[in-house]
Design a protein around this ligand. Structure first.
Ligand code: SF4
Ligand code: SF4
Length: 349
């Protein structure tokens, strides 16, 4: 990997160089009831709107490559012939500015599923190929447990990664595209003192993690505890609202519906992101529902992320961003669910 240093004031210059493309980054979206600032990824029009000191965005950047609702194809009647149209999207390069390590690792996990042969998802792939991603280091919040999931740093999945060191940025260059763009900035080689500052910043950040998840033997323990009464208790609390999947950077399950125009001259296939917690997620033709209880649906989500995905890819489908717990109206968090499985009981909250 190539490391460089540039002065913090050069960041605006980098922004301007990339502004010929659509830029997306964290912006302030108001405050919650407790007066805490809220952030989300939005299109950037001014450098001043970019809030790189954000703690966590409400939604993941997933909406730019896995839109909540997307037309995957349409059929139009022309005379007696049907004209088929498929648009994979991804015509316009997109710069994602300031993704944290967890969100970049989430993309790497999605790539394993959605870009895998023999049936890669062309819609996801087209958008992913047009992305230029700038990572930025973060300060963990009380909800973060990325360190437990091994996703608190990145080695690939972005073009460059920035770590602020006082008046400088420590830059990790991970693509030739990034290397060539950065040639337009005033860069210098990091020296021994810069390496030391980088390591000290990393150690200081490690000390800020307050939430941990014990992941050792977790897949095996989930197998052993498949019939644990703990699942019923979490199911009793779960509202089956599906919010956790909507905000999760690694959830990719979807449903497909076909929409036909009233005059029958056009039809379209619509793919919509879905959640395995929703009541009808496992309902099939004929009306049978394989998971009618909220407890089995919630359990399924945990087994997919921490059991099935681990078996397939030797890593969990969770980056420890904490969004699902932060946004859950029933206060169901991953650390608490996993701890309760190990304990064999749910503590009162
Ligand atoms: S766990 Fe929470 S966010 Fe997820 S479906 Fe249940 S109530 Fe909704
Ligand atoms: S399951 Fe929750 S903590 Fe894990 S990646 Fe998804 S939103 Fe983040």
């Amino acid at each position: 990997m190539i490391f460089k240093i540039f002065a913090a004031r050069e960041l605006a210059h980098l922004f301007e160089l990339l502004a010929v493309n659509r830029l997306v980054g964290p912006v302030k979206k108001g405050q919650n009831a407790q007066g805490k600032d809220l952030y989300d990824f939005e299109t950037l029009y001014h450098f001043e709107d970019l809030q790189l000191d954000y703690d966590q965005t409400m939604h993941a950047a997933k909406k730019y490559f896995l839109p909540h609702r997307e037309e995957t194809g349409s059929f139009t009647l022309q005379g007696l012939e049907w004209q088929k149209e498929v648009d994979y999207g991804g015509h316009h390069p997109l710069v994602l500015f300031g993704l944290h390590a967890c969100d970049i690792n989430a993309l790497n996990k999605l790539d394993k599923v959605l870009l895998a042969e023999p049936y890669p998802n062309q819609f996801y792939g087209a958008k992913r190929a047009e992305m230029f991603i700038i990572g930025h280091s973060c300060q963990p919040t009380p909800a973060c447990f990325c360190r437990s999931m091994g996703t608190d740093s990145v080695l690939h999945g972005c073009d460059l990664f920035l770590t602020p060191l006082g008046d400088d940025y420590f830059v990790e260059i991970m693509s030739s595209r990034a290397f060539h763009i950065l040639e337009n900035l005033n860069l210098r080689e990091p020296d021994h003192e810069d390496h030391k500052r980088f390591q000290e910043a990393g150690q200081a950040r490690q000390g800020l993690f307050t939430t941990e998840v014990e992941t050792s033997d977790l897949s095996k323990i989930l197998d052993m505890e498949f019939d644990s009464p703990v699942w019923s208790e979490w199911g009793r609390r779960c509202l089956s609202c599906g919010t956790c999947a909507q905000v999760c950077p690694t959830c990719y399950c979807y449903g497909v519906e076909e929409v036909v125009a009233m005059n029958m001259a056009r039809a379209a296939k619509i793919r919509q992101l879905y959640s395995c917690n929703l009541l009808d997620f496992a309902e099939v033709a004929g009306g049978h529902n394989f998971r009618p209880k909220s407890s089995t649906r919630l359990k399924y989500r945990y087994y997919h992320k921490h059991r099935g995905f681990v078996e397939a890819f030797e890593e969990a489908l969770c980056v420890g961003c904490g969004r699902c717990g932060t946004n859950c109206l029933a206060d169901i968090t991953v650390p608490e669910v996993i701890a309760s499985i190990r304990r064999g009981e749910v503590e009162d909250v």
